[in-house]
Every structure is written in structure tokens, then in C-alpha cells.
Design a protein around this ligand. Structure first.
Ligand code: GLN
Length: 286
């Protein structure tokens, strides 16, 4: 197989188009940039060059996997979140843009505060916990996940962003690893897709992303029930609960927060206008 960069791009773009990808030329280009480990500028300046056969094989193997539905982020092993680059492998959910609102809200609520202790439940890649630690340099974050495999990825991400000394990762079920500890806030983007909706998810998500991070039980609300009902495992009620929620779940989650003693509850919409974040405080103005 011998072809120039331009020809390889054209062929990959055509294959992706045939497979129904809307942004086929953009994807073909991004995959080649990541596969060769070059910049876009380099690619444009070297369109007539012929990569090594092994480089082309590697590239077209990625194109084939992408056509089969494998998410782009797993192929390249990275995803940008809050302008930070996170290592992702198939054991972790790929960080979503709407989850940035969870981090932005935490940062807005706590900007300028010192001695903060924040708990992230179900941390996955660590994207939320680590971004919070980066953006709130006076905070200490504890990040819990039931899966030791994801904590391995999250730990590497903390090192990547130089917050190893302020983010502690613990394996375990919800509050079990932090019982009797005190936190200013609990943040969580728990699994919230209902077991029946899992079947209707886009193929990329359904086949390739970890169901452990998606499946929220029969109505998708299992983890919010536990996150609110089990708060007495902690030393005191946190001053703030901050949850990402799925489509149509905000009211139910607000009710659960209310039942746990949180009387001031706000909902924040994502860029698509969908209530995405539930923010709860015990009393006063939320
Ligand atoms: N936002 C993810 C999706 O729609 C779900 C994430 C979650 O369950 N927390 O695929």
C-alpha cells in the first residue's frame, strides 16, 4: 500500500462517508493527525508525501475500527474536558461536554474559598474531580469509584494534571470508603440511563462504553436515591449537593434532595436547554 497523505485522507474520508459519518473528512483528518502524531499544519504542508506502509496500515486499522462504531476518543486514547486533556480507555465513560456544567457550577459556588473538601462519587476517568482540583487550587478532592480499573486511569490523569497531592482516589461503593468524613460538597455524575433505555442508546455508546457507568436501574434514578438516602454515612450533611441528571430527571432528583433535608434547590440547563444539573443546599438561598 503506497499512497500520499492526500490520497490516504481521500480514501479514508470516502470510507467514513459510505459508513454514514456526517463529518467524514474532519474525522479522517483528525484520525490521521492522531495516528501519525503530527499537527494539522504539518499534515497540510506534507500532503504529497508518502507515509511508511506501517503508518498507513495503522491509520486504516483505526479508520476500520471507527467505521465499526468505536468511539473516536477510545481510538486516540484522549478526550478534552474543561480544556484539559484526559486519558480515556474503554473502562471509563468518555467525559461529555454537558458535564462541564457540573464543574463550572462547583467552581462558581466555591471560588475564593479555602480548606474545601469535595467528594466526587463515581469518578470514572477522574475528569470532574481533577478539573475541580485544578480550578479550585485551595481544595482537596476525594474521588470514589466502585471499579479499581477506572481508578487506575483516574490516577494517571491526576498525575498528568499535577494534582496528585490534592486528589485522593478510593475504591468502594458510594460513601462506604469515606464514612464519617466531612465534606463541603458532594458532586456526582452517576449512571443515570434507565435499564430499558440502554438498548436504545446510540451504537457507539451502547456497544463500546461501560454499562457500569451508564445503567441507573429500572428508572435511571437508583444512584440518586442512594446518594441522598445514605448521606448519614458522612459526618455531617454537606453544604452543597451537585448532581448531573439525565433527560427528564431533574424534578425527581430535586424531590430526593428535598427529602434528604435540602430545602433550596436549583436546576441548571445545559446548552441544549435541558435541565442537567441539580444544585441543593440545606437552607437559605440556593
Ligand atoms: N450522558 C451520558 C449519555 O448520555 C450518560 C452519563 C451517565 O449515565 N451519567 O450517554
Amino acid at each position: 500500500m503506497s499512497s500520499t497523505i492526500k490520497e490516504a485522507l481521500r480514501r479514508a474520508s470516502f470510507c467514513l462517508k459510505q459508513a454514514g459519518y456526517g463529518n467524514h473528512s474532519g474525522e479522517a483528518e483528525a484520525l490521521l493527525i492522531a495516528s501519525l502524531g503530527v499537527t494539522r499544519a504539518w499534515l497540510y504542508a506534507h500532503g504529497e508525501e508518502k507515509p511508511e506502509a506501517a503508518e498507513l496500515r495503522h491509520y486504516f486499522a483505526w479508520v476500520a475500527r471507527r467505521i465499526a462504531g468505536e468511539p473516536y476518543a477510545y481510538l486516540v486514547g484522549e478526550k478534552e474536558f474543561m480544556s484539559l486533556s484526559f486519558l480515556v480507555t474503554p473502562v471509563v465513560l468518555i467525559p461529555r461536554p454537558e458535564t462541564e456544567l457540573l464543574v463550572e457550577t462547583a467552581v462558581r459556588e466555591f471560588a475564593g474559598r479555602e480548606n474545601l473538601r469535595i467528594l466526587d462519587v463515581g469518578t470514572g476517568s477522574g475528569a470532574v474531580a481533577i478539573s475541580i482540583a485544578v480550578l479550585l487550587p485551595k481544595s482537596e478532592v476525594v474521588a470514589v469509584d466502585i471499579s479499581p480499573a477506572v481508578l487506575n486511569v483516574a490516577t494517571q490523569n491526576a498525575a498528568r494534571h499535577n494534582v496528585t497531592d490534592r486528589v485522593r482516589f478510593l475504591a468502594g461503593d458510594l460513601y462506604a470508603p469515606v464514612s464519617r468524613e466531612r465534606f463541603d460538597a458532594v458532586v456526582s455524575n452517576p449512571p443515570y440511563i434507565s435499564s430499558t433505555d440502554i438498548e436504545t442508546l446510540q451504537r457507539d455508546v451502547k456497544v463500546y462504553e461501560p454499562h457500569l457507568a451508564l445503567n441507573g436501574g429500572p428508572d435511571g434514578l437508583d444512584f440518586y436515591r442512594r446518594l441522598t438516602a445514605e448521606l448519614d454515612a458522612l459526618a455531617a450533611l454537606p453544604a452543597l449537593l451537585l448532581f448531573e441528571v439525565g433527560y427528564g430527571q431533574a424534578e425527581a432528583v430535586a424531590d430526593l434532595c428535598c427529602a434528604a433535608g435540602y430545602k433550596n434547590i436549583s436546576r441548571l440547563n445545559d446548552l441544549a436547554g435541558i435541565p442537567r444539573i441539580v444544585l441543593a443546599k440545606p437552607a437559605g438561598k440556593a
